[in-house]
Design a binder for this molecule. Structure first.
Ligand code: ZN
Length: 160
């Protein structure tokens, strides 16, 4: 069976940055519903279209097609007293409203001083060109439920 709209695709993948450093490595396969449901990066979906089990793909993802360009406006300096007293460390993440937009984004604490906290709303991989390598491990037709929910169910998919 070949990958087409409304098939559930399982892949093993590896994500590297442009220095060749491995950022993510799927130990188990991950599954997604193929066909424009935003289950995976669209560029990856395009490359996988028509492939079958055992086939591999290797794609360079420009920042725009991965985690976005780095946006300096998403770096904010907040008063220290707006954060809990204890356990505030660089690298901690929390959700917050983005400035002037009705949308919640994930902020990462990048610096803590006595009276200020610097938070960055960019994805940690924003602005990076990434290399995505994957191997197709399973292709099967999606169930009606999966198509209605717009995601894959089962062992490597969405758990309800
Ligand atoms: Zn579901």
């Amino acid at each position: 069976m070949n990958i087409a709209k409304n098939t559930v695709v399982s892949i093993r993948y590896e994500l590297r940055n442009s220095d060749g450093e491995v950022l993510e490595n799927s130990e188990d396969a991950v599954s997604y519903l193929h066909g424009g449901y935003d289950g995976i990066f669209p560029t990856v979906e395009e490359a996988l279209q028509g492939k079958a089990v055992g086939e591999v793909c290797e794609i360079t993802l420009e920042p725009d097609h991965a985690f976005g360009e780095y946006d300096a406006d998403l770096v904010r300096i907040e008063p220290r007293n707006q954060f809990p007293d204890d356990k505030l460390e660089v690298g901690m993440q929390f959700e917050g409203a983005s400035d002037g937009e009705d949308e919640w984004i994930l902020y990462t604490v990048t610096d803590v001083t006595d009276d200020k906290v610097v938070v960055d709303g960019n994805h940690p991989l924003a602005g990076q060109r990434l290399l995505f390598k994957c191997e197709v491990t399973e292709v099967r037709p999606a169930t009606e439920d999966e198509i209605a929910h717009e995601h894959a169910h089962g062992e490597h998919g969405h758990q309800h």
